[in-house]
Ligand binder design. Structure first.
Ligand SMILES: Nc1ncnc2c1ncn2[C@@H]1O[C@H](COP(=O)(O)OP(=O)(O)OP(=O)(O)O)[C@@H](O)[C@H]1O
Ligand SMILES: [Mg+2]
Length: 346
């Protein structure tokens, strides 16, 4: 999908329009086109969710935008700086939490953060106070002096996030920040990300979890095989995919099953089978048009079933993803991937 931006794509001098502007980005690895002409705009102070199945090109995009790799063609500007021509300036305004943990295992949490502060040219004093403030903020003060190798997966991820915040970045890249985390830790990370966004940070977040996208992203870009295949606000995407779900509650709860059965053998063109939400006392059935809605209501009433309430719902983001990519979104799972060195703060 190509969006036409009426505003100039970048100012080139550090001024702001969109915080991240990508046009026609291409990156090959041998025969593999990891990025095949990607266009993307992330507006200042918003969260852009980049969704895509394994191998879609998400990490490659993040690496190009962090100056870790050089694209073959196309342009990318971050906070007004050109990825190709102003890598040093650009690195000063970004933070990166890579897909794989990047902290030094032998060093303690505090030492890791202090070292990054020094690498970013902060004074000793500044590095120390920044490290302590971030340890506090990410609830790691108690573990501050322990080597990072003794940290749990969630603690490491929080340390990674803290590391990416040392330089007070204006733009933060989070590459699958919660893959492999348990639900409670995932929620903690989400709260931290929301807090950073509240502080005005612009975020580009890659994820395979639809719930994460729903929780954090203002807009989505779906990529597959290096190409952007859909994009926009979550509700717009849902509406574009089409189809709504009809939630019908019979006036008499005893009529729940007869209602479901009636819907299923109505034989309405294209009407999918219904599901019963016993707890809510409602039957759910996907519909494709307003005509189907009218037909369903008519047919149910004709069977003598009184409708208590009826509502339409947009499809879930999982359904949207399935419809766009033809693949199911990943279910959260433990991360068994091996660690790979990737700059925690650039
Ligand atoms: N260093 C590399 N050398 C060769 N091929 C690579 C390299 N990095 C990525 N690729 C290939 O480029 C494509 C995009 O990979 P990328 O890591 O960007 O995908 P991804 O969307 O991040 O996937 P995942 O969800 O698994 O992290 C894949 O086909 C991958 O095999
Ligand atoms: Mg990746």
């Amino acid at each position: 999908m190509t969006r036409i931006d009426k505003k100039p794509p970048h100012s080139g001098d550090g001024g702001r329009t969109a915080s991240v502007t990508v046009r026609g980005l291409v990156k090959h690895y041998g025969e593999t086109k990891a990025l095949d002409g990607v266009d993307l705009d992330v507006h200042e102070g918003t969260v852009m969710g980049v969704l895509g199945p394994n191998g879609a090109g998400k990490t490659t995009l993040v690496r190009c935008l962090s100056t870790l790799i050089t694209p073959d063609s196309g342009t990318a500007f971050v906070a007004g700086y050109d990825v190709a021509k102003q890598p040093r300036q650009l690195r000063r305004v970004i933070g990166l939490t890579g897909q794989y943990a990047a902290v030094d295992e032998k060093l303690s949490g505090r030492e890791n953060l202090y070292m990054i502060g020094r690498l970013l040219d902060l004074s000793r004093k500044e590095s120390r106070s920044r490290a302590d403030a971030l340890l506090e903020r990410f609830s790691l003060t108690d573990a501050a002096t322990r080597p990072a190798k003794t940290y749990s997966g969630g603690m490491r991820r929080r340390l990674d996030l803290a590391a990416s915040m040392i330089g007070s970045p204006a733009v933060l890249y989070l590459d699958e920040p919660t893959t492999g985390l348990d639900p409670r830790t995932r929620n903690e990370v989400w709260s931290e990300v929301k807090r950073m966004v509240g502080d005005g940070v612009t975020v580009l977040l890659t994820t395979q979890y639809m719930e994460e996208a729903e929780q954090l992203a203002d807009e989505l870009t779906v990529i597959d095989r290096g190409k952007v295949i859909a994009g926009g606000a979550i509700d717009d995407l849902k509406a574009k995919v089409g189809g709504r779900t009809l939630r019908i509650r019979p006036a008499d709860p005893l009529e729940l099953r007869p209602l479901a059965a009636a819907l299923d053998d109505m034989g309405l063109t294209g009407l999918a089978t219904s599901t019963v939400d016993a707890e809510a006392g409602a039957v759910l059935v996907p519909i494709l048009s307003d005509e189907q809605l009218t037909a369903v209501v008519g047919a149910v009433t004709a069977r003598g079933i009184t409708i208590g309430s009826i509502a339409t719902e947009l499809p879930s983001l999982d359904e949207v993803f399935l419809s766009i990519t033809g693949q199911k979104a990943s279910a959260p799972q433990d991360d068994t991937r091996t660690s790979e060195l990737e700059g925690a703060a650039v």
